[in-house]
Design a protein around this ligand. Sequence first.
Ligand code: KG4
Ligand code: ZN
Length: 342
Amino acid sequence: MRVLGLETSCDETGVALYDSEAGLLSHALYSQVPMHREFGGVVPELASRDHVRRLLPLIREVLDRGNTAPAAVGGVAYTAGPGLIGALLVGAATGRALAYAWGVPAVPVHHMEAHLLAPMLEAEVPPFPFLALLVSGGHTQLVRVAGMGDYVVLGESLDDAAGEAFDKTANLLGLGYPGGPALSALAEQGRSGRFRFPRPMTDRPGLDFSFSGLKTFALNTIRDHGGDAQSRADIAHAFVEAVVETLAIKCRRAMEETGLNRLVAAGGVSANRQLRVRLEQLAREQGGRVYYPRPEFCTDNGAMIALAGCLHLAAGQRATLAIGAHPRWALPISRPPGASPA
Ligand code: KG4
Ligand code: ZN
């Protein structure tokens, strides 16, 4: 079966075509990042309007490049949440309408579920069960994944997500928006040992995270010591070290508590090189391994939505005619809202 996937939850318009036999046939992404940059963050109304402009041309492009006529599409998957409501509605209304017009099922997909399934787009698919570290701009979660749709959130951020902490600290260092990749690059030029940021919530039991204190720590450190370029690089280094070490400590704890030694890392921050190096070291220590999507599928994309939709359809799930868009929608989920077993 061939599934068209649409991602419009935030500031990337992503479209892809996934085939249950042949895998990913084509995909395209239009990033709105340059448009939002001058405002220092995503402007929701501008995001919605730009999805309206970009989505249909991208769908045409993806169908053409995948040599697929609409009649050969067996289902349309779209991100139904969590995300910005206006942005979500563009993908949801378009996806639901196309599915209706083509006489095929529509599949609402949970954005974080799609992130955690994204490593399955790669040649080496992580076998169930595994532990997933989801680190994006909006979420930081540790999830025990027993199978498709069988998710237990073991811990999550009580305040800022890891990506949000990267972006806010990058902003304090004047690195623009979204600053995660730039901050990570600056950190590579920094030296270890000059500054030490706290590892929040690692000194007490549990698997929750809190990253909002790190930006305050960064603010004070930049104010007191951030006068020259090398010092700013050293501060960036200490910040990244603290985030990476905090995530690694919680991953190790989750591996020990669950007995799982297969770890999936997904979401924008999982593209981070320092985090990958540290998680690989951890997996070796635990006798397991880490699975990631390729970097372009760590951040938001249509391929993960098409894949998740295809897996849901294969499991017999079908949506009603309702347009599902849920700005706040929590994992764990057994079934997307609006879906009913076949
Ligand atoms: O998954 P994603 O594209 O969007 C959400 O679902 O939120 O994640 C975007 C986040 C941003 O905060 C961005 O700064 C961060 O991922 N990010 C990175 C890197 N690449 C993207 N953070 C650290 N290092 C990176 N290399
Ligand atoms: Zn995302």
